[in-house]
Design a protein around this ligand. Sequence first.
Ligand code: FPP
Length: 279
Amino acid sequence: MRGVSAVLSLGGCFNTTAGELRLNTDATAAQERGDKESMSLPQIDKEHLPRHIAIIMDGNGRWAKHHGVTRAAGHEAGAKSVRAVLEACRELDGIEVLTLYAFSTENWRRSQSEVETLFMLLSKYIRLELDEIHQEDIRITVMGRRDGLSENARADLERCEKLTADNRAMTLNLAVNYGGRGEIADAAQAIARAVKEGELDVNDIDEGCFARYLYVPDLPELDLLIRTSGEMRLSNFMLWQASYAEFVSAPTFWPDFRKQHLYEAIAAYQSRSRRFGGR
Ligand code: FPP
């Protein structure tokens, strides 16, 4: 795509307590030491950052198995990666949106205790991080079906949206009870309703119009879609938005995913030639 033109300095903008982020792997500890020393990070061009990055956070269960701990512990370790990656995006100061696939409409098929763990972790994350996210001028948006969520989860998410609505530095978009097909079906339903009410003319339904009926309509185009743990599936994620996104499959399990891995994915994105179907 373009030549590499800038090496970034990595001054922290979050009050990261090192102990909070450290995981029980030598590799992660070494990598975090590396982060601190700004060592071995791939060079990325700060002038051509992806505006919108989405991540399918995969591999919590396999990470847990590998470490001989429960799946719940794997998800808990995964929640710590969320902080690290949001911090890395904020530091880059040019990534406008980070979308994270926190809970899919298919995840309800997991055991009740795993579902409860995932929502408990989401709630804990909000409790621990919301103030700092707000101070960092980050807006939180939520995409997914609200009606399937517990009252507590709905209230937590609405609190995030309300508190951060006017923040402008970047957007953290949380996909919760989200499915790509469901989003398209819900948009079609809303459009049909608008036509029926006389608010919309059938002849005005084009791609731009359709996109305005998605869950969070004001997001920039998705540029980079990352899936961790080496898997290469979309798993019903952002099917509309992913049309021209660059896909990067990162070999790292999500609980081990840190700034270094994000930089590698961005470097891969920047090495590609995006033609959007043209020549
Ligand atoms: C996939 O790993 C991960 C999930 C289904 C949930 C992701 C949730 C978190 C990281 C925690 C909370 C989220 C936020 C935003 C604070 P998997 O269980 O499918 O892994 P496996 O394929 O190895 O079993």
